[in-house]
Design a protein around this ligand. Structure first.
Ligand SMILES: [Zn+2]
Length: 306
């Protein structure tokens, strides 16, 4: 049973939307690509965990604070017997480990040692568990999810699951999970952990941007092209032919507007300008009203979440 799913972080969403509506500087672009790739790897692993048949409580993407230290957990499985901690890496290409435990990509760029990161995470989780009255042992592993990953000179005893080992590892884990049952004690532990989970990181890194810098309009959900036209019911992409219900397109655009400009008010005119291609004010108002309610009257009306 999965009780905590993964969502994109605010930072990833902002960068994703900015990447479509403006040209990100090279440094932001490479950071954005790393975040997108990490998220893809993590969701791929989530799906594998969701398919497990045994009895377990699964929690994805947790963020905790202990003694002023923030730490994040990619994936946590609580079984009747054990706690499994996973850090998921979507590294692509060849890497090697040196005898001094430093990790490098094949192009000689040193990267953070994933085992050190895992150990730090395990230590902090142990401390958090002790604080909430749990002394359960933790089994921790780094999952390298990308089939194109290869690590030269890897010592045999590292807590690493390589891409070609994931299937076997999860089959074995599933057999273990099927042998034990989740009891009240584990449910209570999961509830306590959820209560400690932070919704958003206090350290959100956001690039500078203004409303005027961004391209307005609705873009195709499939190919991200702004070359779209509307008929009475659909937004249609001129490039790939993808068709989306006009309501869904506008609501998607409103969500982007809210993420990018949380301080701006939702009004029919602001959304009409943001969507650019919807000529009818009545249509804009009708679609905003699907999941927003009006505040104020006449010309000063703005909308908040229902
Ligand atoms: Zn398209």
């Amino acid at each position: 049973m999965i009780i905590k799913n993964r969502c994109e972080t605010l930072e990833l969403l902002v960068l994703r939307y900015l990447n479509t509506r403006t040209n990100l500087p090279e440094s932001e672009l490479s950071h954005y690509r790393l975040l997108e790739k990490g998220f893809e790897g993590e969701t791929n692993f989530d799906q594998l965990v969701e398919n497990l048949q045994g009895d377990f409580i699964g929690m994805f993407d947790l963020l905790f604070e202990i003694n002023n230290t923030i730490f994040q957990i990619d994936s946590l499985i609580i079984s009747g017997e054990n706690i499994y901690l996973f850090d998921v890496k979507n590294f692509d290409g060849d890497y090697y480990v040196c005898s001094d435990n430093k990790w490098y990509s094949i192009t000689e760029i040193e990267i953070k040692n994933p085992i050190h990161q895992l150990n730090r995470c395990e230590t902090l989780l142990k401390r958090l568990l002790q604080n909430i009255g749990c002394n359960q042992l933790i089994s921790s592993n780094v999952i390298f999810i990308n089939p194109n990953f290869y690590l030269y000179q890897a010592p045999i005893n590292l807590p690493i699951i390589f891409p070609t080992q994931i299937k076997r590892f999860l089959q074995k884990l599933d057999l273990t999970l099927q042998k034990s049952k989740i009891k009240d004690k584990q449910v209570k532990l999961a509830e306590k952990l959820l209560a400690h989970n932070l919704d958003t990181s206090p350290y959100i890194r956001k690039p500078e941007y203004t409303y005027d810098q961004l391209k307005k309009g609705i873009y195709c959900k499939e190919c991200h092209s702004f070359e779209v036209y509307t008929n009475s019911k659909m937004v249609v992409c001129k490039i790939c032919g993808f068709r989306e219900k006009i309501e869904n397109s506008v609501l998607r655009n409103i969500e982007e507007y809210k993420v990018l400009f949380p301080d701006k008010k939702i009004t029919t005119s602001s959304i009409q300008e943001w969507c650019k291609i919807i000529d009818s004010v009545t249509t804009v108002r009708r679609i905003i009203s699907i999941n927003h309610k009006p505040v104020g009257k006449f010309r000063n009306t703005y909308y908040i979440d229902k």
